[in-house]
Design a protein around this ligand. Structure first.
Ligand SMILES: [Zn+2]
Length: 364
């Protein structure tokens, strides 16, 4: 028995005997049991309903939330409707939820589109939104009147990015898709991508060779970042460089204003961990200031509250176990076994909480 355990004995015998490893031997790491005690932020969720089921479970699991509006290219009314849910949630639970808004690109060819979009965004910030998201419709869906795809480095968008940079308002960018999207389903590395692109063939680029390549999508995003070095940019889904921590590291080295969230890409992280755990662990330690935990879970009001909350809890707990322990794990996201990263506490605190405070300026 070491000294900290003796010390604990004075206060609580059970604290020492029931969790001897985390309490007495190993203060460098969190344990699975610390899940409920550590403050956490899920920086990528979509709540599009009035009900409180999502935040209720978040509070139980000690999570705060960033809920995000997405421009599906359905027009201004669709964005407004999502924003209303977003702000209602943020206003009802201002200690636990922040709202990210979006602009609509469907009206792109209107002569005053940029001005109108800025006015809309201004009204969102006045109402309490803390940032904006740009979605993959830019680059993959939205076309101008000449029939050309609207690309994220279009000068018209720079007008908006310049204002946001000046006001230090963060931009989440989901640009492009995972590299798997350009492969046939049977060659994809993760089961969630296999499922998503089977169910959403319109976004499965392997089937649309006339569309820009994966490399062109990434290059367009990189050109936008080169032009906007003052913009606070959070690349959703590991900045669409989810397949290689080496490639992602290059971009993080290149763009000091870029961080990434991990949402919906834990499968790719597990996959790379199965291949080379030490490399992935080194990456998380080296780039600990640039990585934000997120899941892409959401609630649209359909389905039972119980099923929703159970799914949230098990996803959050799975990821916690992966990051804080060195246990051997399996996941339905990939085939085979992989070992948890057991990251140091200060790295966990950054990925789960402190980086959200810094990059989004929230929950301080
Ligand atoms: Zn999302």
């Amino acid at each position: 028995m070491n000294r900290s355990c003796v010390f604990l004995l004075l206060y609580s015998l059970t604290a020492c005997t029931s969790t001897p490893r985390s309490e007495s031997e190993n203060n460098e790491f969190y344990s699975l049991d610390d899940f409920g005690q550590v403050e956490k932020v899920d920086t990528h969720v979509h709540i599009r309903t009035e009900r409180d089921a999502f935040v209720e479970q978040a509070r139980k699991d000690n999570f705060k939330l960033v809920t995000i509006v997405v421009d599906h290219s359905d027009g201004r009314e669709d964005v407004r409707e999502q924003f209303n849910y977003c702000m209602q949630q943020a206003n009802d639970h201002s200690d636990a939820i922040a709202c990210i808004t979006a602009f609509s690109a469907k009206e792109w060819d209107e002569p005053d589109w940029a001005q109108q979009s800025l006015q809309w965004l201004d009204s969102c910030f006045a109402a309490g939104a803390i940032g904006i998201k740009v979605w993959k419709n830019i680059g993959m869906v939205q076309r101008d009147q000449a029939g050309e795809l609207v690309i994220v480095d279009d000068p018209k968008l720079d007008t908006i990015f310049a204002v946001l940079a000046n006001r230090e308002i963060p931009v989440i960018g989901h640009l492009g898709e995972p590299k798997n999207c350009w492969l046939p389903v049977e060659e994809m590395t993760t089961n969630n991508d296999k499922g998503y692109f089977t169910n959403n063939p319109q976004y499965h680029m392997y089937k649309h060779p006339e569309m820009p390549s994966y490399e062109e999508q990434i290059a367009a995003r990189d050109r936008m970042l080169e032009k906007n070095p003052e913009l606070t940019f959070i690349g959703a889904h590991m900045g669409s460089l989810e397949w290689s921590v080496d490639e992602l590291a290059k971009r993080l080295d290149q763009f000091a204003n870029m961080s990434v969230d991990l949402s919906a890409r834990m499968g790719q992280i597990f996959y790379q961990t199965r291949e080379n755990r030490e490399k992935v662990r080194d990456f998380f330690i080296q780039y600990q200031d640039r990585l934000l935990y997120g899941t892409d879970m959401g609630d649209d009001g359909d389905g039972s509250k119980e099923a929703l909350q159970q799914g949230m809890h098990s996803t959050w707990l799975r990821d916690w176990k992966y990051f804080v322990t060195d246990e051997t794990m399996t996941s339905d996201l990939i085939e085979g076994e992989f070992q948890g990263l057991q990251l140091p506490r200060e790295v966990i605190d950054k990925i789960y909480h402190k980086n959200a405070q810094i990059w989004f300026g929230i929950f301080k």
